[in-house]
Design a protein around this ligand. Structure first.
Ligand code: NAD
Length: 368
């Protein structure tokens, strides 16, 4: 992980490199399956993304980027990845010369999203970047600019926007099946284990690497739900933090409660936590009834209801759908519904939430 000074130096190099703006991988549109390279082989890549890429119709796992030679060997053997399609963080930029790889999927700690998105764009590759998009809105803007300049697509890993129960709730809200929406109650959180932090790596508790904890990691799902259920951008937020463990959460947020006012009069009440388990819900209250999701944001087992009936829909591999959607966007030269701009809008709301926590007052949300 670069320190601030190294990072600024890297940024200058990246800015200079962007002047060279190579052409995006031209052959992608003709391929049946676009070639994906996963950058960062941690928990998400290992347990979700690589297995999902065995089920995709328009996307396939062809490359890896890792700092660990041992992991590289294991992944090469398990997924039949060639040595030529295996990179580390230093020689990553040579990926520009590799026609097998069309899409770089950035699955690194949050503070590295900007650097690797820009390097991927400068290598002429399309970029799928995990959430949260970055650690500041300014970083998010530079990522969008770099991808625009390089004429490559950028999407953010908002898997729930491909999940059938979530989609059905969006439809119910849009079509006002229960009348106009009035109020939303949404939350996502879990208990972050004690030292040695269970399976999760320590970077999530370090401000420099994570940019924030519960809100940036899982609160963003509740925020997304409010935005995609209302179809609107919040005007203002009011937030407060509860910190029960000031040692573990010395640098980052533990539990945040916040409310948001939307232009159509909807009010949302949201929560996120690293302090306790079981918060995983989105309930929408409309004039004549309620509908919603619980669990709302898990990888599987999503359940939803509309009034007094359960919504019966299949559980799917959200990551497979997310990647195939991005491949189709690339092949048809379209725009992803989970574009970089969508990620930026969340970053702006989260910055307003952190400001409200600091100032103890209502904060207007800046708009993209
Ligand atoms: P992880 O800690 O398990 O993996 C991070 C990977 O980055 C590891 O392979 C690690 O070796 C590598 N890395 C490279 N340089 C590093 C450095 N300087 N410090 C620490 N690690 C470094 O994390 P993860 O759970 O795989 O999360 C990765 C990203 O994916 C995060 O942005 C996270 O928010 C996101 N994520 C999204 C979902 C989702 O449902 N969409 C779920 C989990 C994580």
């Amino acid at each position: 992980m670069p320190n601030r000074r190294e990072f600024m130096a890297t940024s200058a190099v990246l800015a200079a490199a962007s002047q060279l703006a190579p052409h995006a991988c031209a052959g992608a549109a003709k391929k049946k399956k676009l070639g994906y390279a996963l950058v960062g082989l941690g928990r998400l890549s290992t347990n979700q993304l690589a297995p999902a890429l065995q089920k995709t119709s328009d996307s396939e796992l062809v490359g890896i980027v890792t700092g660990s030679p041992d992991k590289a060997e294991q992944w090469q053997a398990k997924y039949g990845i060639s040595k030529d399609n295996t990179y580390n963080y230093r020689n990553f930029d040579q990926i520009a010369d590799n026609p097998d790889i069309d899409v770089i999927y950035v699955v690194l700690p949050n503070s590295m999203h900007q650097e690797f998105t820009i390097r991927a764009a400068n290598a002429g590759k399309h970029v799928l970047c995990e959430k949260p998009m970055a650690i500041t809105s300014q970083e998010a803007r530079t990522m969008i600019e770099a991808c625009d300049n390089a004429k490559v697509k950028l999407a953010i890993g908002y898997r729930c926007q491909f999940e059938p129960h979530n989609l059905e709730c969006m439809r119910i809200a849009r079509e006002e099946e229960f009348g106009p929406l009035k109020y939303i109650d949404a939350g996502f959180g879990f208990r972050f284990g004690d030292y040695p932090w269970g399976d999760l790596r320590r970077w999530r508790l370090e401000q420099e690497y994570a940019g924030g904890a519960a809100l940036m990691d899982v609160g963003v799902y509740a925020l997304q739900a409010c935005r995609y259920l209302t179809g609107q951008e919040p005007l203002s937020v009011m937030a407060r933090e509860i910190k029960n463990d000031p040692v573990k959460f010395a640098e980052v947020d533990e539990t945040i409660l916040w409310s948001m006012d939307f232009p159509n009069g909807v009010v949302a009440n949201c929560s996120t936590t690293y302090g306790f388990s079981g918060v995983n819900v989105a309930t929408a209250y409309a004039e004549r009834g309620k509908f919603g999701l619980s669990p709302a944001f898990s990888y599987g087992g999503i359940k939803a209801f509309a009034g007094d009936r359960p919504i019966e829909l299949p559980n799917v591999d959200q990551f497979a759908l997310e990647m195939d959607d991005f491949s189709k966007v690339i092949k048809t030269d379209g725009k992803s519904k989970v574009s970089g701009e969508e990620g930026l809008r969340d970053m702006l709301v989260m910055e307003a939430i952190y400001k409200s926590v600091r100032d103890g007052s209502q904060v207007d949300v800046a708009h993209a």
